[in-house]
Write a protein that binds this ligand. Structure first.
Ligand SMILES: *[C@@H]1O[C@H](CO)[C@@H](O)[C@H](O)[C@H]1NC(C)=O
Ligand SMILES: *[C@@H]1O[C@H](CO)[C@@H](O)[C@H](O)[C@H]1NC(C)=O
Ligand SMILES: *[C@@H]1O[C@H](CO)[C@@H](O)[C@H](O)[C@H]1NC(C)=O
Ligand SMILES: *[C@@H]1O[C@H](CO)[C@@H](O)[C@H](O)[C@H]1NC(C)=O
Ligand SMILES: *[C@@H]1O[C@H](CO)[C@@H](O)[C@H](O)[C@H]1NC(C)=O
Length: 461
């Protein structure tokens, strides 16, 4: 739909969004400058008044701003643009958090938004909190929706299934239905929305399997289905998502192995599969994931040796593989990961020595090898130990010992070589914790595409 653009009100989140998704802000101001736009169409204004009256009692909308799109008198949370018909049209509605209109207790999902033909984005954050409501797209068909983005986040009273009719929103690029109480299966029809760039259904109560049709979303950059109750295996077709940069399937009940097809995702920077029931093996072409910076896969019954190929993923910054039954030795190839800042291998059955090269990992900041069967002399000098301090945890490896030359003052949960367990020189295991702030920072630095999703991981509401 050709829009000559004039934006009259920008909320902070609008700006954030424009920064994140500049494509949504394809500004064309030429015509609007030539001919100042006049009013809204009465029918569109009436639809808007009805939506506002049903949603928010912050103001008597109809009276306080009879021309809601007019420059200078516009409502908070609304954005209008003039189109070629020389009328002003609502292009964005934003509810739930000040300065945007707050939602009243009786607010329910306003399917009338679909009757606003120029509406491009709609946001409902922390809006449906009291009155149970469901998603409904029944107004589709009455007009063509221009919706490119719908975001419903943190709405505890939003229940029921995702209606299959959502597939009528053909222009959707960003669909965020996170931190609600949605139930039922992911409708297969959602995967016919082939303009989708970001799909986030995280933190709901969705069940069933991940449909293989997910592979149809060829434009997908971010896929987040984390924190649901999804079962079955990761579909092989995920490998068709050639533009994917972020894949988060953590905290479901997924079974089977990571499909080999995943090796085709050569733009993938963030992959999180923690807290599922995935078992070995790793994809043969794991080393092809050359963009991978974050591989987060704690808490799965993998029960295989660690693949040496992780050492080829030179962009890795975080590698988390705790609590997953890994056995055998830690591959020395891991010492090639020059950008690695976090390595979590605790609570496995890893044996043998700590690779000597670990002591010269230049960026390592957080290293947890606790509760394994590691043995031998810890290959770290005192400057390394000083640098990591409380972020180093080697406790719970009875066979490990620390060279007496570096042992003094260090509390990393390892005894000094040659001393008796019972003697006074044993250094007690330290119950240290990862400083959560540091983890947040490292997540935060990784963003441009997935700020919202990551934010939810870190700060689940
Ligand atoms: C802006 O709109 C005018 C008139 O519709 C069109 O001729 C021009 O190509 C557009 N410019 C851009 C950058 O889209
Ligand atoms: C919807 O779009 C189709 C195809 O662009 C068009 O043929 C139809 O007239 C539109 N319907 C309405 C109600 O605008
Ligand atoms: C490692 O990180 C630095 C700084 O962030 C970056 O410039 C460099 O490209 C990274 N190296 C690799 C192999 O990704
Ligand atoms: C270790 O303990 C044994 C018996 O308790 C003792 O005989 C031996 O001298 C101790 N060795 C060291 C190095 O403390
Ligand atoms: C290492 O992992 C253990 C077990 O999960 C945890 O209790 C400990 O706090 C961790 N140590 C550090 C330094 O993160």
């Amino acid at each position: 739909m050709p829009l000559n653009t004039m934006c009259y009100s920008f909320s902070l989140s609008t700006l954030t969004l424009l920064l994140l998704f500049p494509s949504l802000a394809s500004l064309n101001t030429t015509n609007a400058k030539k001919q100042p736009p006049n009013n809204m169409l009465p029918s569109e204004a009436e639809t808007l008044f009805k939506i506002m009256e049903s949603m928010s009692s912050d103001q008597v909308w109809r009276i306080s701003h009879p021309n809601p799109c007019q420059p200078g008198s516009s409502w908070p949370g609304i954005e209008c643009k003039s189109a070629q018909d020389n009328h002003l049209h609502v292009t964005r509605l934003d509810f739930g958090t000040p300065p945007n209109p707050t939602c009243k207790n009786k607010a329910t999902f306003p399917s009338q938004i679909l009757a606003l033909p120029y509406l491009q984005s709609a946001f409902f954050f922390n809006c449906f909190t009291h009155t149970k409501t469901t998603l409904s797209f029944s107004k589709i068909g009455e007009s063509n929706s221009s919706l490119q983005q719908i975001s419903l986040r943190s709405n505890p009273a939003l229940t029921g299934p995702i209606p299959p009719q959502i597939s009528s929103l053909k222009s959707l690029q960003i669909l965020t239905l996170s931190q609600n109480r949605l139930t039922g299966q992911i409708p297969v029809t959602i995967f016919s929305l082939n303009s989708l760039v970001h799909l986030d259904l995280s933190y709901n109560m969705l069940t069933g399997t991940i449909p293989s049709q997910v592979g149809n979303l060829k434009n997908l950059v971010g896929l987040d289905l984390s924190y649901n109750s999804l079962t079955g295996s990761i579909p092989v077709t995920v490998g068709q998502l050639g533009l994917l940069q972020k894949l988060d399937l953590s905290s479901n009940s997924l079974t089977g192995a990571i499909p080999d097809s995943i090796e085709k995702l050569n733009l993938l920077a963030f992959m999180a599969l923690s807290n599922n029931k995935l078992r070995g093996h790793f994809p043969r072409g794991l080393a092809k994931l050359q963009s991978l910076q974050y591989f987060i896969m704690d808490d799965n019954p993998m029960n295989v040796p660690l693949p040496v190929e992780f050492g080829d993923l030179v962009k890795l910054q975080e590698l988390r593989l705790a609590n997953s039954g890994y056995s055998g030795t830690i591959p020395p190839s891991f010492s090639q990961l020059m950008n690695l800042s976090t390595l979590s291998l605790q609570n496995n059955r890893l044996s043998g020595e700590i690779p000597a090269g670990f002591g010269s990992l230049p960026r390592i900041y957080h290293l947890n090898l606790s509760r394994n069967l590691l043995s031998g002399v810890v290959p770290f000098d005192s400057s390394f130990l000083n640098r990591l301090r409380r972020n180093l945890d080697l406790s719970g490896n009875p066979g490990l010992c620390l060279s007496p030359s570096v042992a003094y003052r260090m509390k990393i949960g390892v005894s000094v070589c040659g001393s008796n367990k019972t003697s006074g020189s044993v250094i007690q295991p330290l119950k240290s914790q990862a400083p959560s702030g540091l983890i947040s920072i490292s997540f935060f630095l990784f963003v441009p595409w997935g700020l919202l999703g990551l934010h939810q991981i870190l700060f689940p509401v």
